[in-house]
Write a protein that binds this ligand. Structure first.
Ligand SMILES: [Zn+2]
Length: 138
């Protein structure tokens, strides 16, 4: 399938996906935490790697990773146009996330990464939340 957008337009569209997508998934995850009675988290703390949610007590960092930007195994796709560009960009995101995980764990943090698609998949989401509760000790 060929891309319906020109390369420039594709970049613009993808940039928008990132900025709005992240906010939406974070808001959705915050709603899940509230609904599940998981408390003690903050958003947007100045912690290394910029976790989306931070539990200072328990030192737990949670990232909600977009399927496109972090190349989810189920939905990660490289756009058809400017393939090399996107492949490199997404590979950098994946590599950066691994580095952040390593650094945080080395500093005594527990790291949980939630895929955007898990927010729409209750059984997978509940498994992630079980792990989160384990990290938090409840
Ligand atoms: Zn996904």
């Amino acid at each position: 399938m060929t891309d319906v957008f020109t390369p420039a337009k594709r970049s613009e569209v993808m940039a928008r996906v990132r900025s709005s997508g992240n906010e939406e998934t974070e808001v959705a995850f915050a709603r899940v935490l509230r609904g599940e009675g998981i408390v003690g988290w903050r958003r947007g703390m100045g912690v290394f790697g910029k976790p989306d949610f931070v539990f200072l007590r328990g030192r737990v960092a949670v990232f909600v990773d977009g399927c496109f930007w972090h190349h989810c195994p189920r939905h990660g796709k490289i756009p058809k146009s400017r393939r090399k560009y996107w492949r490199a960009k997404i590979a950098r995101n994946v590599e950066r996330a691994k580095e952040v995980n390593r650094e945080l764990r080395r500093a005594g943090w527990k790291v949980l990464r939630v895929w955007g698609c898990e927010l729409r998949d209750r059984p997978r989401l509940m498994r992630k939340l079980r792990r989160l509760r384990g990290f938090l000790g409840y």
